[in-house]
Write a protein that binds this ligand. Structure first.
Ligand SMILES: Cc1cc2nc3c(=O)[nH]c(=O)nc-3n(C[C@H](O)[C@H](O)[C@H](O)COP(=O)(O)OP(=O)(O)OC[C@H]3O[C@@H](n4cnc5c(N)ncnc54)[C@H](O)[C@@H]3O)c2cc1C
Ligand code: SF4
Length: 490
């Protein structure tokens, strides 16, 4: 255990953030690392509580509780407190292939389950995780480690998001020859095109890809399975196939005026913005000088807000269907469940600094979109809603008459979620699926097709990076067992 009295002596301190108005001038990461002294203090706050809920990833009451990767958090907290960073790194890499991603963008269900959080604020676990891996890269402890021996088995992975990359890393370690097929022009899935640069610098994604390449993994971009190469052909050329193609088919808004120009799907907007940045060109969809409305109250919508601000929009508002979350946990959301409480995400802090108020509008519904004579959107008509819950936890929304409002808008971004995986791959593949999620039992990952496995968002629906890594690792283990008759993968 770190320092027995650490949790009494030190307060929680998490990664510092650059000042909102300052960081809006560029696309660099908004978070800054903690100093080594502060990190040691956070390590010292860990109580080594005997039953570490933080690393016991389970579903509780439908919420994530603890780390889905079962990261050995109390162990690395202790090593960091003692200044033994290399030991901490060894523990971290036992369970997490890419801590540089989770250490930046994971919503940290581990912290919601931290025992210190029963009476005080949680240990800054995520900041410690990020610091350990960055120290590893900085000190040159992370070097390519190709496998000693190859098994002669060939595996194809479809999709290069966190699930595909984790799967490839594990199978390569087991000695199989892995080829990753990606339809986009760059590797990384939503790590590359989706999550904006200010949350996760694309150089960090490229750094990891380079390492995986040096270890022997082959990456093929601009190749869509189901269109450029059939799944059947891929199966013939490999001993096994693992599908990690995500769930990027976006949900559409069926509403009067949807056909107007100036109305875009969030992912098209975010992808174009990152592509423009990486290719040093102007974005094709720009918020510059426009009144922007984001429809959808989730994290994708928040990333649209932050992107529009950097493109120098005139104003930005985000519409959400649900009411504002409470400031503290409610009775039906106790520790160690994931806390559903109101937070000021980076995007909202930036909007408030720029325009003097939080951009979020709660319990609001868009009734129609109206255009000008050229077919360009000019305004949105809305109404406030009331959420009515019954004793069984079911709820409905009721319009509140007299709350109709008209909002000016020249750019509308639709961010109301994802339906599932794209149909191109599913069509004619013979894969069984429901609601665009490919069927495979959790823990087994075997589809109805012999030698074809599935992992990540493509199996579970749009989720989190930490779950994608978890499923990628487990699917690799099951694929290894299928190929070899046994497995040593965790
Ligand atoms: C805007 C946005 C922000 C997010 N922010 C966060 C966050 O902050 N924290 C967090 O934990 N999670 C976040 N998420 C969710 C997280 O990114 C996903 O859950 C995770 O990336 C899923 O990983 P995956 O590997 O299953 O799929 P993906 O990352 O979606 O990767 C799938 C890949 O497969 C490729 N592909 C698809 N079909 C084919 C085909 N037929 N042939 C070849 N390639 C194909 C796609 O191009 C893509 O590269 C965010 C999601 C979005 C949309
Ligand atoms: S991966 Fe996420 S849940 Fe796990 S330790 Fe890191 S921040 Fe916590």
């Amino acid at each position: 255990m770190g320092k027995p009295t650490g949790f009494l002596e030190y307060q929680r301190e998490k990664a510092k953030e650059r000042k909102p108005l300052f960081r809006l001038q560029d696309w660099k990461e908004y978070q800054l690392p903690l100093t080594e002294t502060k990190l040691k203090q956070q390590g010292a706050r860990c109580m080594d509580c005997g039953t570490p809920f933080c690393h016991t990833g389970i579903k509780l009451n439908g919420t994530d509780s603890g780390c889905p990767l079962y990261n050995l958090i109390p162990e690395w907290n202790d090593w960091v407190y003692r200044g033994q960073w290399k030991e901490a790194l060894k523990r971290l890499l036992k369970t997490n292939n890419f801590p540089e991603f989770t250490g930046r963008v994971c919503p940290a269900p581990c912290e919601g389950a931290c025992t210190v959080a029963i009476h005080d604020e949680a240990v800054a676990i995520k900041s410690i995780e990020q610091a350990i891996i960055e120290k590893g890269f900085l000190e040159g402890w992370i070097v390519p480690e190709p496998p000693y021996k190859r098994t002669g088995k060939k595996v194809a992975i479809v999709g290069s998001g966190p699930a595909g990359l984790a799967c490839a890393d594990q199978l390569n370690k087991a000695g199989h020859l892995v080829t990753v097929y990606e339809r986009a022009d760059r590797i990384g899935g939503l790590l590359m095109y989706g999550i904006p640069n200010m949350k996760l610098d694309k150089k960090l994604v490229e750094r990891r890809i380079q390492l995986l390449q040096q270890e022997g993994i082959i990456f093929i971009t601009n190749t869509e399975i189901g269109r450029d190469i059939s799944l059947e052909q891929l199966k013939k050329e490999h001993h096994a196939v693992i599908l990690c193609a995500g769930a990027q088919k976006q949900r559409e808004l069926q509403i009067h005026g949807r056909e107007l120009s100036g109305i875009e799907l969030a992912m098209d907007y975010l992808t174009d913005s990152t592509k423009a940045l990486l290719d040093s060109r102007q974005p094709k969809i720009s918020a510059e000088g426009k009144n922007v409305i984001v429809i959808g109250g989730g994290d994708t919508g928040a990333d649209c807000v932050a992107t529009a601000l950097r493109q120098k929009c005139k104003s930005v508002v985000q519409f959400g269907k649900h009411p504002r979350l409470p400031d503290t946990r409610t009775k039906d959301n106790p520790w160690p469940e994931y806390p559903y409480v109101f937070t000021l995400d980076y995007a909202y802090e930036e909007a408030a600094a720029k325009f003097g108020k939080d951009p979020r509008q709660f319990c609001i519904a868009t009734k129609k979109m109206v255009g000008d004579k050229n077919g360009q959107v000019k305004e949105l008509h809305t109404i406030q809603m009331e959420k009515i819950s019954d004793v069984n936890g079911h709820y409905t929304f009721k319009e509140i008459l007299g709350t109709e409002k008209v909002w000016p808008a020249q750019l509308v971004l639709i961010a109301i979620g994802f339906e599932g995986t794209d149909e191109t791959l599913l069509k004619h593949s013979g894969l069984e699926h429901t609601n665009l999620k490919v069927k495979a039992e959790y823990g087994k990952y075997q589809t109805n097709l012999e030698g074809v496995f599935v992992a990540g968002d493509m199996r579970r629906g749009q989720s989190l990076i930490v779950w994608a890594i978890h499923e990628g690792r487990e699917a690799a283990r099951e694929c290894d067992r299928y190929l070899m008759g046994y497995t040593n993968l965790p």
